[in-house]
Design a protein around this ligand. Structure first.
Ligand code: AMP
Length: 173
């Protein structure tokens, strides 16, 4: 396989957004059309191979990769958004963070019953966000066929938290 151009472009930012967190900044990838396109191509191929019928992007960096994927795959795009952002009737899922909780939502008509959904985010850490997105899709009657991300932080063991989810990560740290 060709070299993954995005890997060398991930920028480590220590102590952001709080002390002790090494933030993986993906903005340099967005500034490099060749690297960005390669990421979109690889995740799109995976979504198609898994039989996706809709791409579900997780706010907000999941939107950056999920929307070009949806256009490239000629599939609909559905949003998982943070609490209070969606205007129409919606369902809500809460998940645990290290301290406290977070909440994500989807519109009730974002998916059709039985639709095969491929969920996208920029990065898999503990798996809490991806797990909540899976629960939203399933509550709407969708079938999760895969989760795709650019980066997996393997030391946080998100895969163990999501044992039934086919996960594709383009790079591991
Ligand atoms: P988690 O729910 O723990 O898997 O966290 C995944 C979500 O948090 C993704 O939407 C990421 O964008 C974000 N995230 C978590 N840890 C990091 C990190 N070290 N660098 C950048 N983003 C992160």
């Amino acid at each position: 396989m060709a070299e993954l151009l995005a890997r060398a472009l991930v920028r480590d930012v220590p102590d952001f957004p709080k002390p002790g967190i090494l933030f993986k900044d993906i903005t340099p990838i967005l500034e490099d059309p060749e690297a960005f396109q390669q990421v979109v191509d690889l995740l799109s191929e995976d979504a198609i191979a898994k039989g996706a019928e809709v791409i579900v992007g997780i706010e907000s960096r999941g939107f950056l990769f999920g929307t070009p994927m949806a256009l490239q795959c000629k599939l609909p795009f559905a949003m998982t958004r943070k609490l209070g952002k969606l205007p129409f009737e919606r369902i809500t899922e809460e998940y645990a963070l290290e301290y406290g909780t977070n909440t994500v939502e989807m519109h009730v008509d974002a998916l059709k019953p039985g639709q095969k959904a491929y969920i996208v985010d920029d990065l898999l850490a503990t798996g809490g966000t991806a797990g909540a997105a899976c629960r939203l899709v399933e509550r709407l009657g969708g079938e999760v066929v895969g989760f795709g991300c650019m980066i997996e932080l393997t030391f946080l063991d998100g895969r163990a938290a999501l044992p039934n989810l086919p996960i594709t990560a383009l790079m591991e740290f």
